[in-house]
Design a protein around this ligand. Sequence first.
Ligand SMILES: Cc1cc2nc3c(=O)[nH]c(=O)nc-3n(C[C@H](O)[C@H](O)[C@H](O)COP(=O)(O)O)c2cc1C
Ligand SMILES: *[C@@H]1O[C@H](CO)[C@@H](O)[C@H](O)[C@H]1NC(C)=O
Length: 418
Amino acid sequence: MDPTNLPTRSTPHWDLYRRDMFMLAAEQKHPLFSTDPDELERLAKQKLSEGGWLYASSNAGNSFTHRANREAFYRQRIVPRMLVDTNARDTTTELFGHKISAPICFAPVGINKIYHPLGELNSAKVAGELGLPYCLSTASSQSIEDVAEANGANAVRFFQLYSPPDEELMESILRRAVDNGFTACIWTLDTWQLGWRHGDVAASNYAFYKGIGAELGWSDPVFQKRMQERGWSKEKNPVETGQLWIDQVWHGKAFSWNDLPRVMKKWKTISGDKPFLLKGIQSVADAKKAVELGVDGIVCSNHAGRQVDGAVGSLDVLPEIVDAVGDKTTILFDSGIRGGADVFKALALGAKAVLVGRLWIYGMGIAGEEGVRHVMKSLLADFDILMGVGGFNSISEINRSALKYIPYGSSGDHNGGM
Ligand SMILES: Cc1cc2nc3c(=O)[nH]c(=O)nc-3n(C[C@H](O)[C@H](O)[C@H](O)COP(=O)(O)O)c2cc1C
Ligand SMILES: *[C@@H]1O[C@H](CO)[C@@H](O)[C@H](O)[C@H]1NC(C)=O
């Protein structure tokens, strides 16, 4: 790659990151680690505590949904085009009125402190730096305020809601999110409680019940009131208060479609009508219902295969959801993205942008902020290079004509276990 070949590209030359990596050889150095997903998994397992590793890697039941997610990508194949002038290609796109540098968001992921002492501050900072939207989980182990500061003044950030049955508490966290520049609310519907994950159960692996990770609650004025009512403080009662908090987050009380208008209205009122999305949609009927009730977007997601075991691959249902409601709402996608080609395939099937979880979680586990940066810059370079060698100039050129569905074969072991 000739570094002086810098034609009129309006977005960063993400591909130059690889050149930087190759150039390290001149100084007898090499990159921090390999970003091959299997390698990421292996290194994260080496580096993390048992609890951190188990929580990051665990799936529901037999991991069949996780496997279905990966196999769905394998069956969609890209048809490259030649002699396309891609010198001025552009990875930017627009999401809810924000210009973003690529259609890739940081998925909401809870308790990042089990991966690195600075937790969410690592990922929020890198997202801001790269111009990619950051989604903060309600199960965050840093406060909303600290995450916003790490993310940066002009960064694009969304708040993922797990809805405490304590309505005053829910209002309080939504208000804090709005006050701190979070410009959309993503209500996660697939996790009123965690799915059955063998390894976590066997190791009694629930950080909050050990007094770890409740910062978002501890820093909340309404939750502080709840602690005081019991005569508790976070210093003296980390375990009791951690338990009280997480039992408001993963509370096991199912909400229904009847609750949707009320929760959405709360956000709309507090935020001054900012976008409200539903995360966890996998059925066409649910997508249609969501649109009827007036949501601004949906995330086609099965929570990385961590909730319903034996479920359909998220990418397998994306096309029918796009066909049903794609012209009426914004559709985001996640579950199983492991490289640039996967981003491409989801966009080609009609997603406006994708969310990425495990890739950067493993990066954080291996090397904190540097690890997150290395993984995400590599993903951007991989995607950018794919557009270059595959003949695609802009995000809007990536559509279904770029794919061929091949229902045969198996992906074998490669990335299959991840
Ligand atoms: C360790 C871990 C923690 C997660 N925590 C949350 C969470 O707190 N809230 C949420 O909505 N989704 C959560 N998710 C789901 C992600 O937002 C996202 O849907 C999923 O990770 C995307 O799949 P991928 O990891 O294959 O990229 C979590 C996923 C993982 C792997
Ligand atoms: C799909 O994208 C290609 C360019 O990649 C374009 O030529 C074609 O018109 C697009 N098709 C539709 C239906 O938009």
